[in-house]
Write a protein that binds this ligand. Structure first.
Ligand code: 9J3
Length: 261
């Protein structure tokens, strides 16, 4: 197909390709030891080995309260194999609150684009963040503090602030219908309602709890990949997988959007 976006990467998507455990790109994994940069702890880079298609969008990933990096490791190969440079982080301490995690993600974005082993493979103008729980709260803070982010993905976000009306970054927000730690009604849904980008979407997982996001899950992967493709790569080949919005199903309790995306 003709390239509608200069940032399109990989073949035309199908439902099978966005649900697949691995995408079309072979992936390299590189450990980033503590002390590699300032403002964050340590982490792991996952990036496509293919250097023939230009740069890729970059995504910094952080887990939630008490969770080590490993709880979010599954996003590394899953996203990178679709054509993204992914940097999963170990928080400075697993007890850090959301705003401390936001500081770490911002520092990690700078490291990723200026010093990391993937710095020549990532486009510094196309960056995103993704986080679970307190990492999801951190994701809202990063979107607020870095309005030139192309997009951000928050999963069962937890924060003590509820009004994010000055966030203009297109965000995808996940909630879980059985979350008693960061209840979706008061957190994910409220935060989602408050943000004011032109485009945003909210997916309430059905029969899932707070920890759903630390386990490999087709629905979570599918919508994360599709949203990142659409907003980090400006790849409208993925729009039909977002709009019209998916109906409620065995895995989706509710979906809210601003279609057309
Ligand atoms: O990151 C999270 O799982 C936040 C939920 C939490 O345990 O908050 C308690 C202060």
């Amino acid at each position: 197909a003709a390239l509608d976006s200069p940032y399109e990467r990989g073949p035309d998507p199908t439902l099978a390709s966005i649900q697949a455990v691995s995408g079309p790109f072979a992936v390299t994994r590189t450990v980033v030891p503590a002390g590699s940069g300032t403002g964050f702890n340590r982490g792991t880079l996952y990036y496509p080995t293919d250097t023939s298609q230009g740069t890729f969008g970059g995504v910094v990933v952080i887990p939630g309260f008490t969770e080590p990096e490993s709880t979010m490791s599954w996003y590394g190969p899953r996203l990178a194999s679709q054509g993204f440079v992914v940097f999963t982080l170990e928080p400075n301490t697993v007890l850090d609150f959301p705003d401390a995690r936001a500081d770490q993600m911002l520092a990690a974005l700078t490291y990723l684009t200026t010093k990391s082993a993937a710095k020549d493979r990532v486009d510094p103008a196309r960056l995103s963040v993704l986080g679970h729980s307190m990492g999801g709260g951190a994701t809202f803070r990063v979107a607020q503090r870095k309005p030139d982010l192309k997009t951000a993905v928050a999963m069962a976000p937890w924060h003590t602030e509820f009004n994010w009306s000055n966030v203009k970054v297109p965000m995808f927000v996940f909630g879980s219908d059985n979350d008693f730690i960061a209840p979706a009604g008061s957190m994910a849904s409220s935060f989602f309602t408050s943000i004011t980008p032109a485009e945003k979407a909210y997916l309430l997982l059905k029969n899932q709890g707070h920890m759903a996001y630390i386990f490999e899950n087709t629905t979570i992967a599918q919508y994360t990949i599709t949203w990142l493709k659409r907003f980090l790569d400006d790849d409208t080949r993925y729009s039909p997988f977002l709009c019209p919005a998916p109906a409620a199903s065995a895995v989706i309790s509710q979906y809210k959007d601003t279609c057309p995306v």
